[in-house]
Design a binder for this molecule. Structure first.
Ligand code: G3P
Ligand code: MG
Length: 261
């Protein structure tokens, strides 16, 4: 049975006001992904929120990086969950981004400080690198304490990681990432008390968007790098589009957010 708006609002926790456009890996088309420099570039381009990925090192330091290893992006090799923070000294994750200087692997703490300074919202995606979910969330949780919860959504493909967020960080908005919308996906949103569904754009249509909204969830979609497709999805009722090209969307997309914040 469909819930009324007031019943949905009984769901606990902070409900951030989402922007229409979120920069994927900060602003992947213009700057080396998941870096401090990329976040500064996103802010320069007028982007209001960014999505970035977090993983744990062997010493439990949460760092901002997409892959389990350093090979694809950097001048170094190694598996993050087997490395200490000191092992990252000298690593340049902009090494393969032509025309860019040096970018370190940022810690989550450094990134949160920069996002706060720039007043940016944050979709923090927790990557499942096969570590104990309780350990991962326990390492991330204290870092998030000082960050404005009204500008934060935590997401993951891992239900186990989101269940840990539900247990350890119940107030913070949680989003379930799904590549396909099959089976009992809306039941999963309900049992996680998810704030949002983060769906691959191909899985979204009028019916799946309505189904997500019927369980009280906002709908975010990734990674949409075609402006017409993004406009179509927003018109269908999608709340936020995660894109590598946020700079190509006019400022009119997030004017309401400017007024509110
Ligand atoms: O959070 C949306 C999107 O980032 C999920 O995929 O692989 O780019 O982290 P990926
Ligand atoms: Mg991601």
């Amino acid at each position: 049975m469909l819930k009324t708006e007031s019943e949905r609002d009984l769901r606990p926790g902070v409900k951030p006001q989402l922007p229409k456009i979120i920069g994927h890996r900060a602003i992947a088309s213009l700057a080396p992904e998941n870096t401090l420099g990329a976040v500064r570039e996103a802010a320069r381009q007028g982007v209001k929120w960014v999505e970035m990925d977090v993983s744990l090192l062997a010493d439990d330091t949460p760092v901002i990086h997409h892959d389990p290893t350093l090979e694809r992006l950097s001048n170094a090799t190694g598996t993050l969950c087997e490395m200490q923070l000191a092992d990252l000294a000298g690593v340049n994750v902009a090494a393969r981004f032509e025309g860019w200087g040096v970018e370190p692997v940022p810690t989550l703490r450094e990134m949160l400080a920069l996002l706060t300074e720039l007043k940016l919202g944050f979709n923090l995606e927790i990557k499942d690198q096969g570590l104990d979910p309780a350990r991962v969330v326990a390492a991330i949780a204290p870092e998030l304490c000082a960050f404005d919860p009204a500008r934060l959504v935590i997401s993951s493909f891992s239900e186990a990681l989101l269940q840990e967020c539900q247990r350890q960080l119940p107030e913070l908005a949680r989003g379930l990432l799904l590549s396909e919308l099959e089976g009992n996906w809306s039941d999963k949103l309900e049992s996680l008390q998810a704030f949002s569904l983060h769906s691959h754009w191909r899985a979204l249509n009028e019916q799946t968007i309505a189904q997500a909204k019927a369980v009280g969830c906002r709908v975010l979609t990734w990674t949409v790098n075609d402006i017409e497709e993004a406009q179509r999805l927003l018109q269908l009722g999608v709340d936020s589009v995660i894109t590598d090209i946020p700079q190509q969307f006019g400022s009119e997309y997030d004017r309401e957010l400017d007024e509110a914040q």
